[in-house]
Design a protein around this ligand. Sequence first.
Ligand code: BGC
Length: 736
Amino acid sequence: MDEKKLHELLKSLTIKEKIGQLIQLSGEFFDVKTATTGPQKKLGISSETIDLCGSVLNVSGANKTREIQDNHLKKNRIPLMFMSDIVYGFKTIYPIPLGLGATWDPDLIKKDYSNTADEARASGNHVALAPMVDLVRDARWGRVLESTGEDPYLNSQFAGAMVKGLQHDFDKTHGIAACVKHFAAYGAVESGKEYNSVDMSEQKLRQDYLPSYKAAVDAGTKMIMTAFNTLNGVPVTGNQWLLKDILRKEWGFDGVLISDYAAVSELVNHGFVATNREAAESAFDATIDIDMKSPCYANELQPLLESGRIQSERVDEACWRILKLKNDMGLFEDPYRGASNDAEKSQLLTPAKRALARKTADEACVLLKNDGILPLSTEKKVALIGPYSDSQELIGLWAVHGDVKDVVSIQSAFTEKLRDNNLRATPGTSILEEDSDYHGMGLTTEQFKNSLLSAAEKQENNHEVSTLCKWADVIVMPVGEHTVQSGEAGSRSNIELPQEQIKLIHRVAKFKKPIILITISGRPLVLTDIENGVNAILQAWFPGTEGGHAIADIIFGEVNPSGRLSMGFPRAVGQLPQYYSHLSTGRAPETSGHSSRYTSKYNDIKEGPLYPFGFGLSYSHVEYHNLVVNSNTMMKDEQIKVTVDIENKSDIPGIETVQLYIQDVFASVVQPTKELKSFKRVVLTAHEQKKIEFSIFPEMLKFYNSNCQWGVEPGKFNVYIGPNSEDCLKSSFEYV
Ligand code: BGC
């Protein structure tokens, strides 16, 4: 409908109808087949609220959403909006975002998210509660799985690409709305512990943590979700400075702002307000339009209005934003927005979508170690030993709409490559051990027991492991974390592989056959004690529906690996948070004049990460030479050029990710020792040489000073170019 009519509709709504639009409830309230008394009672809302509610959480499927919409429209003149956690794929599941980050290929990821939008729309979804763009530097946090990593620049590239992908060609019949989350700084929760607090300077917030959300706003995200955490003592859900002053006023975001799950009522638990009424007022004053799954707006906004604590104009404003989004997506004309069984058939898990998922997983896997054993010849006798050998659990915790039955396991993909009698497999052990705290991870006793091997299976496995080790030319070991060990509420204080699997690796190592480790995980693991004992390590994350194929593509050399870490792998958990763009200290071990003891380091481990940010091997051998900056000085409003020669010294064509880092050597607020400012994915044929050029602009040299002003200061800048954040060529220039 045109905007005039929409305004008329808004005017004609009762206050109850308007407040209804500001409420989101989850699926159980709409299950037409079961009574709603249980959850209704639990949340303490009336049945009238359910009839008036404006949006539904995590219900999908064309039939189901159509049925709910039909029932709703019998009692309400405004269609429901369906929102779901569609974090890295809908039915076709891509690698977890930490893997997507490792592709360093935002254009590809944009296509993934655009395919995801098409699948999700066909199944009745209107909004994806994605992308999650929180910057993370502590791998203990389980939600690192959902992030593209530790770097503000790289994360911003992906944030923009994901939003544009989901909202591709956005109109009444195309794309779905993105809901960027979790604004802001959720990724910095203290000690990586889920739902914990965040404390940081405004400079750090603005320079490192806010850019990816800003990139998403600039890319036009229709919605934003607020974060659970406090920021400098003030919960984000009631944080006017963050939501009103920065997001709304400074950045001009006029889309829909939604709270996270029950976060409005949790303002009371935080100790920020005393009652649900105050919680509703606080979130509403901070301009949150939709209360996700708490009783606060439903029960408290009307009394707040009647007592004059909130104004009707503000209710109109919030309601208008929601009506406008519904209208922009054409829900008043077609409340199903094209969802149907036929649409699902033509969109879900098509061969083309699977092919893109495979290409993405190919690019997401990171080769961390290779002593030359890889790629494997298909003539070899291969033993697959490890709990992920024939597992379809390769999609990770947040692929809530995906089905593991659609997943290609590693074993089935290997079978396609090797002759039958050249492949044998055994799990060797279960993923988790018997003493795991499975209740804490959310597993029921039954689920946990089912995930363990029986005593007889164990015995048989032990025997199998020995037989296979003796038989094989090479042993490929798919090991990793259990799905429930990462994702929301998946924080861990120990981020090594589960103990039984470490024991299995040691056992297998005794047979002195080459070992290739394939690690499945939702986070960078600590692999320090394992890496020396194996010949190769392929970090495969949770690689998604086509994960098995991608792993086989790389292991047998059909694909030359190109993935680069978007988050470093720590040597020890005690190093966390660990990130490459740390500040200089007064006593850096490499440059300080002090004796080795009195420098900034841990005394019991080597400095730095085990595998740094930007790192990843390929089957090519690429060398870097001749870093040349075309001028020693850069004047205001000018740019300089920097070039480097790269050469593929091997017969194998590949993709090289050339990374440009800059350091502001002296500044009134101390700056990181290196910051990624640009990168290029360069295709190299066998023995090809290329000159790669980057432009450096003053904008790339800016930082937030102590007054939080964004600007550049004159002085010396170091320039680094290399294949990762550590192995770089170096030059410098002056900004005058
Ligand atoms: C998560 C959000 C998610 C929401 C709805 C919350 O617990 O933090 O990321 O979108 O639940 O499922």
